[in-house]
Structure formats: structure tokens, C-alpha cells
Design a protein around this ligand. Sequence first.
Ligand SMILES: [Zn+2]
Length: 376
Amino acid sequence: MKYLLLIPDGMADLRIEELGNKTPLEVADKPNMDFLAKEGCCGIARTIPEGFEPGSDIANLTILGIDVRKYYTGRGPIEALYRGIKGKVIFRCNIVKVEGGLMIDYSGGKVGDDVAREIFKALNENIPEFMRFYSGRSYRGLLVIEREYCEVETTPPHDITGKPIINYLPRGCELSDVLIEIMERSKDVVPRFTEKANMIWIWGGGRIPSFPKFKDLYGLRAAMISEVDLIMGIGRGMGMDVIEVDGVTGYIDTNYKGLARATVKALNDHDFVMLHIEGIDEVSHEGDFERKVEAIEVYDEKIVGYIIDRIDLEDFRIMLIPDHQTPVKIRTHTRDPVPFTVFGLKRDDVRSFDEFSCRKGRLGFVEGLRLMRLMI
Ligand SMILES: [Zn+2]
């Protein structure tokens, strides 16, 4: 038996008036996902445990059976796992634009990698020797601090667009004063390199986590394919083979063929493959419901259709589950349950893969941590 886990990021949604009071999934023409629902067994799952923000990291860890209450330490540390960066404490940081005390752009005008590299290099010249910045893609960076961790409360910059930053500065322990000072000093550095941004925002910090290994949990040789550092960091942390695909964008213009092909190929020499695709979440954040329907249809054809046409379904269990809802009306993630189907289990009466049909499935309501056990 082989196992395939398909995660279209943020695909679940709410009913929308303009779509005739249906969800994008209910409206979309998606024969391949419907086939998996029809031939499989469906339900809805809670992927965001009580007390956690509905982030993709939290949801994907939960689906993979990792208890975030025990193992989650923050977003920065997971991205560091992906990049092989070590240190006692790791924070995420963004190059941002603040005006009149308000957060104007959490992504610093999407500065180019080259400019960002120069910015972080200059920042490193003027910080205590127990700290070091690492640049990443575009406006994203990491800050490594060789000090003991203490509980600092920080806020993701994308959550405070248009709001006064003074209310969201790091707080909690002595580390927060250090972070605030570094952010303050960055105001002299960042504008030297770009007009689109003027400071650094530090958030999402913690110790490097030690996740249970996939092999120890499930006894299977596993691979992960994703377009996103955060998700690939989870794969690395769990000891999965992380497969990188050329030409991916994390958007709806991504290299679908490359991703689908890599998945079929990985299934040859692995027992379990997880494929996480980002683009549907991005169009959900943009608030465009027609584009979301289109993106779902493309995913159905170019990912799900491509793969199931090329594998021997008799040997397979396939779970299809969006990690969380990203309703286009709200334009951000929510914590409500998501629909899922497991192909390869005894079928139920569900005919369509969507939020409302799956509710009536035989598996009913499931806690996210139990999902892997249902499939394997
Ligand atoms: Zn997500």
C-alpha cells in the first residue's frame, strides 16, 4: 500500500452571495476531486487546535499528526530548519514600510533578493555579536540570537496592516527590549537601500523544535513536495525527503506540471508523499472569488487529475484536505473545520468534494491529530 496526502492551501471557504450562495468548491467544475470523494470516505476535520492562530504551519503540523501544544515553537525556527540555520533562538523578520507610526506594507514593496541581502548585511554590521541576520527570499529574513530563550510576545506584520505599530512591539521579557532596539536601529539602515521600506519587523521567534520523525511515527519512507519554506521546514524537521521543484512560484502561475510529475516520481521510491500547493490560498487573500474558482479547477485538472491518471489506484490510499479555510470574503485564515476525503477506505454516500457534502460523510467530525491514523 502507498499513501498520498494532497493539501491545497486555503481551499476551503464559506458560501458567497455572488456565487449563488455557494462556496467556490461547490461551484467549481472539479471531476477529479469529486471522484476521490465519491469513491472514498469523507468527513470534516479541525486542523487548528484551541488556542492557536490559524496558520499554515499549525494546520499542516496537525494534519501530519504533530501535537503543536507539545512541539510548536514559532514560525522562524521552522523556516530555519528548512534552511539548515542553527542557533539557540530564531526569529522571523520582515523588511517593512511604516509611515506615521502605521504599518503600511508588511512586505516592503516585495524588495528584490539582492537589495534584501545588502540590507541584512548592513544590519549585521551594527548589532551585538550574539545576533546575526540571514536574508531569505525577497522581504523575508531570519534573526538568530545566541541567548537563552524567554517568552516574548510578537505580532506578525501582515496582521497589523494600517495599525499603529506601537501597540504591537515585542513584549514579555528582557529579550523584547533588545528586539525593539534592533528594530529602532534598522530605521537608519533600511532606507539607504530602498524607498519601498524603512525598517525591520521581528516576530515569530522561539527555539528550534525537535519534531517526532515521520518514520518513527508511521514506519513509512516519506517525501514532501512544497513551494514554501515554512512547509518544507516541517518536512525537514520530521526527517522526510524534501523534494524541490524548479519554476515554482507559490502562486496560481506555478509549475503545476513539474509539481505533479515530481509527485508521481517520488511515489516510485517512497511509501508516503505529501504534496502541498500554495496558490489557492494566495488568491483567497486577494479576495477574488472568481479567481479562486478558476484556481480550484486548475488544481483539479493539473494536479489531482494528472496524478491519479498515472498511478495504480488499487494500491493507494489518498487523503485530500485543505489545511484550513481562507474565505475570500474575510481574506484571511479562519479556524473552522475543513472538508476531507480518504480514497481507499470503504466508500460512503458523499458525491462531491466540498465543505457541506463532506459534513455528511461517514467519518463525521474528526480531530486533526487523528487524520493520519485514519489513512494509514
Ligand atoms: Zn495554509
